[in-house]
Design a protein around this ligand. Sequence first.
Ligand SMILES: [Zn+2]
Length: 211
Amino acid sequence: MSDGFEEIAGGLAAVAKGFHARGWLLGTSGNLSAVVQREPLQIAMSPSGADKGELRPEQILSIDEHNHIVGQQGGKPSDESLLHIRVVKQLGAGAVLHTHSIWNTILSDFYAPQGGVKIEGYEMLKGLQGVPTHEHAEWLPIVENSQDMPALAETIGDTLNQHKAAHGFLLRRHGLYSWGENLAQAKRHIEILEFLLETIGRTLRIREQVL
Ligand SMILES: [Zn+2]
């Protein structure tokens, strides 16, 4: 086990608690990961079925690039680990976070016919890495949900190739994925995208009531 693992596991547990408190990881949903080392790839990953509000650092699993547990821990890796591994390998991300908020679930369905959500003109966009102005137009692609994780990982890989500037993607009626160079940046990206999605969702509701 690498030296950094315990520190990273502690960081993942802290982020999980915070996101759970905001209602983004209820009912054991969602998952969190961070790269421990690249060669060979070792990822610290939240286990399947764990209550994210009570996640302890010692529950965090260490997995390799094939989603096999490294070392002698108990626990089962999430099936969605394959999606995390894909994002890490394809984009060189240092951390990948996945939330199931009410607003990301609603908007992932509402905008599915358009294939994504266009987010434009908000100051909060500047919290996304490399975005210098609120005039930026962020495209958040929406991918159809599936339980076939190897196939879904392929679809996501293709989608991210087509949208190289994306900071995240939505799975339809399922949730949000975002990432960063490290855990702090990935957490920031999730917070920014959740904020913007909720803003868009609430705006649609107000318009509905006014018209
Ligand atoms: Zn999920």
